[in-house]
Design a protein around this ligand. Structure first.
Ligand SMILES: [Zn+2]
Length: 539
């Protein structure tokens, strides 16, 4: 009996076996964890137009080393290295794809959740480990599809990198985009209109906020502004806690409340944030000034806002960050949950300096007249990369800073911005043919020590650190209506247009909003008492 050969189990096995031998290498060896990691890194290289060896080689090697270690550990724990590889691939995909997917879902308006939702993805890790550990299947059949999918993705991204027409998406390192298709010769009758400078200093805290929360007295700057012919509101408030909502409301002379947000979303069939951002540079003020004969110059660090600038802008100086690979990669993975403040400090410094420099240069664009210069400086907003004298502070991790050090970092950068403005404002005034209009404005308070976009603590200090800002307006000529001590952003252009062009826009009563889970949420009831009672810290 033992000499009897076992009967074949089924016919045709030979053919199958020979086919399987040919592809066994591909079926059997789990390349996929490495390929999934390589795909994401190569994708970022191609779509941000960076050089591979200088930027991505080291992160790629680190990723491969971590994956090799994971394969070893899971292989030993599961006592099956190939089953472990399936788990490593699941984790690699979740690690690299969660944040981009979540970002896309937010962009397209599928979800409107806060950033905490990223922690949900972390639950996926133990859950998937438990499932793979418990399953009785060897998961053998998964290696072929996983190898095929991952290698196709890598191949596709390599091809798109080689063919420029495929890879032309993404940021390009161009500092100046110029649109000069508009006739530069001014209409007669507009020549004596004053140039108008709007200088937005992002996150520049208000007077009492700096005094109470940061222990810093900003009065010398206010005195300087007054000496230069500005009216400064010593109790100015932003109506919103967030840049896009605030700027859009200012430029359109109105509030975005819940009703309006629904209307905007319906009209543009876009998520609220995007629709609102569109209204920053496609705004009421823009139309109004254009009708009066103004030509617009835009100086910005914002990539998002730039994408929405009107193509008929005369000149755009754009100093958005050129992509720095490591922060880009870090922020697109789940590592961003550990620290989402990984930034390229040098790029931040350079772009801020470039904006200040471009602002100075606008005075030489004498052929564009009258001009409206819209400048957005993302400073003194974090990250903190300037000391008062312009040098760079030590790198820091926000999570490990004492409140004293936090306050000091903000104050140093604040002083730096003040020094720049003190330098630039006289230049703007001296070099203008007609006495110019200059507006210094912040879109919200510092939001660094106590304040928060989605403010929940409505004590005095958090409210000041969220909403109290700077509004300083310099108008040519005399006999203007005095700027109220208690002034708020939505009325800025109502006041300016009334004074400059004799319009009759009524001043809107103060209302305040925070930004929670992709929506505006009214906080007037809690903020108004602080706005009204804010102590006037007179000079
Ligand atoms: Zn801002």
């Amino acid at each position: 009996m033992p000499s009897c050969p076992p009967p074949p189990k089924f016919t045709g096995r030979d053919t199958f076996s020979s086919r399987s031998k040919k592809s066994s290498f591909w079926n059997w060896i789990p390349f996929h964890p490495f390929l999934f990691a390589a795909h994401t890194i190569l994708f970022l290289v191609v779509h941000n137009n960076v050089e591979f060896w200088a930027n991505a080689a080291v992160p790629m090697m680190i990723a491969f080393a971590v994956i090799a270690l994971e394969l070893l550990v899971f292989g030993l724990v599961l006592r099956d290295f190939r089953k472990g590889a399936v788990l490593v691939s699941i984790w690699t995909i979740v690690f690299f794809w969660s944040m981009p997917l979540f970002g896309m879902m937010r962009e397209t308006g599928i979800v409107h959740l806060g950033s905490d939702v990223k922690y949900v993805f972390l639950i996926f890790f133990p859950l998937s480990a438990w499932l793979v550990w418990r399953t009785k299947s060897s998961l053998e059949s998964l290696h072929l599809p996983l190898n095929t999918i991952s290698s196709t993705l890598v191949l596709f991204v390599l091809v798109s990198g080689i063919m420029p027409s495929f890879g032309a998406v993404g940021l390009k390192d161009e500092n100046v985009v110029s649109h000069s298709q508009i006739s530069m010769s001014p209409d007669s009758g507009t020549a004596d209109l004053p140039d108008l400078y709007l200088i937005v200093v992002d996150g520049f805290g208000g007077k009492e906020c700096l005094d109470k929360v940061y222990g810093y007295d900003d009065e010398p700057f206010y005195a300087f502004l007054e000496q230069q012919g500005f009216q400064v509101s010593r109790n100015a408030f932003s109506n919103y806690s967030r840049t896009n909502l605030s700027m859009s409301s200012i430029m359109n002379l109105d509030y975005h409340d819940k009703v309006l947000s629904e209307q905007i979303m319906k009209k543009h069939s876009e998520p609220f944030d995007r629709a609102v951002e569109k209204k920053i540079h496609d705004s009421f003020v823009d139309d109004f000034l254009r009708e009066k004969g103004y030509q617009r110059i835009l100086i910005t660090e914002f990539v998002n806002e730039l994408e929405k600038f009107r193509p008929d802008t005369e000149k755009t100086f754009h100093f958005g960050k050129s992509p720095e690979f490591f922060p880009l990669l870090w922020n697109s993975t789940l590592l961003t949950t550990i620290n989402d403040n990984i930034v390229d400090r040098e790029a931040n410094r350079l772009q801020t300096l470039a904006v200040f420099s471009a602002l100075k240069q606008t005075t030489f664009l004498s052929e564009i007249t009258p001009k409206y210069v819209h400048t957005h400086i993302v400073c003194p907003h974090a990250p903190f990369v300037f000391n008062e004298d312009g040098s760079c502070p030590e790198p820091y991790n926000e999570k490990f800073l004492s409140s004293e050090r936090k306050a000091e970092l903000y104050v140093q950068q604040h002083k730096f911005v003040v020094r720049q403005l003190e330098d630039i404002i006289p230049v703007l005034i001296e070099n203008s043919k007609t006495d110019p209009v200059i507006i210094i404005l912040s879109d919200h308070s510092t939001r660094w020590l106590r304040g928060f976009t989605g403010i929940t603590d409505f004590q005095r200090d958090p409210i000041l650190d969220t909403y109290q800002n700077i509004i300083a307006i310099r108008l040519p000529g005399e006999g203007h209506t005095p700027l109220p001590e208690h002034f708020h952003n939505v009325n800025l252009f109502r006041y300016v247009l009334n004074e400059l062009f004799g319009t009759n826009y009524e001043m809107l009563p103060p209302r305040f909003f925070r930004h929670v889970k992709g929506r505006v949420d009214e906080t007037t009831e809690k903020v108004l008492p602080v706005f009204q009672d804010t102590e006037t810290l007179s000079p």
